[in-house]
Design a protein around this ligand. Sequence first.
Ligand code: MG
Ligand code: ZN
Length: 242
Amino acid sequence: MSQKRIIQIEKDILSHNDDFAGRNRAWATEHGVFALNLVSSPGSGKTTLLCRTAEALKGRYPMAVIEGDQQTSFDADRIRATGIPAIQVNTGKGCHLDAHMVESAIAKLGVADDSVLFIENVGNLVCPAAFDLGEAYKVAILSVTEGEDKPLKYPDMFHAASMMILNKTDLLPHTDFDVARCIEFAKRVNPEIVVIQLSARTGEGFDAWLAWINEGRRRMVAQRIAQLEAKLAAAKASLETR
Ligand code: MG
Ligand code: ZN
């Protein structure tokens, strides 16, 4: 196959994906669902982060989790143990979730209105950057046991993410990880990126993360109410002109 043909196929796949992503985003807006796409290398602590988040926010508002892994349902089992609905999507040989998989998972899960929907992507800092799932934001998680130069090594991902979480801060005394340098690298590829430092194991730094989720969800709910009010106003106007 020629290089040109390969590039064309990749473009077609991404444009097809974007159609599904657009539908997912419209669905989320209509239902007041705040959807986050969590991306990282394997082992950064995404599932532990989600378990503690689920425990902290349980009872305040509905949540749901889509777990992406090549094999096993270990992560979905861990989430369900917290009492939050979760569905496992196995990608087999695939190395990322796509928007169509997310659309099917949402339909199977039955996500409540005004929920927070967490989508834990397959551990991979490369192609999930290119696949829009219809999320409000991508959140990149980097643990302090990894290299602080990852934002420069995987610039597409840190450019696409709205937030970088530096996880496992409880381990900082045992590593050579330079937090200031890492943040400087992340801002170099994405000056707008929001950075939160936390430990999903001890809970330190969690308040800022939970506050950010609350604020994002509040905006989605406000948007849903505004849409409903606009529909109501249009219906009233059409009645009055009869
Ligand atoms: Mg996981
Ligand atoms: Zn992939």
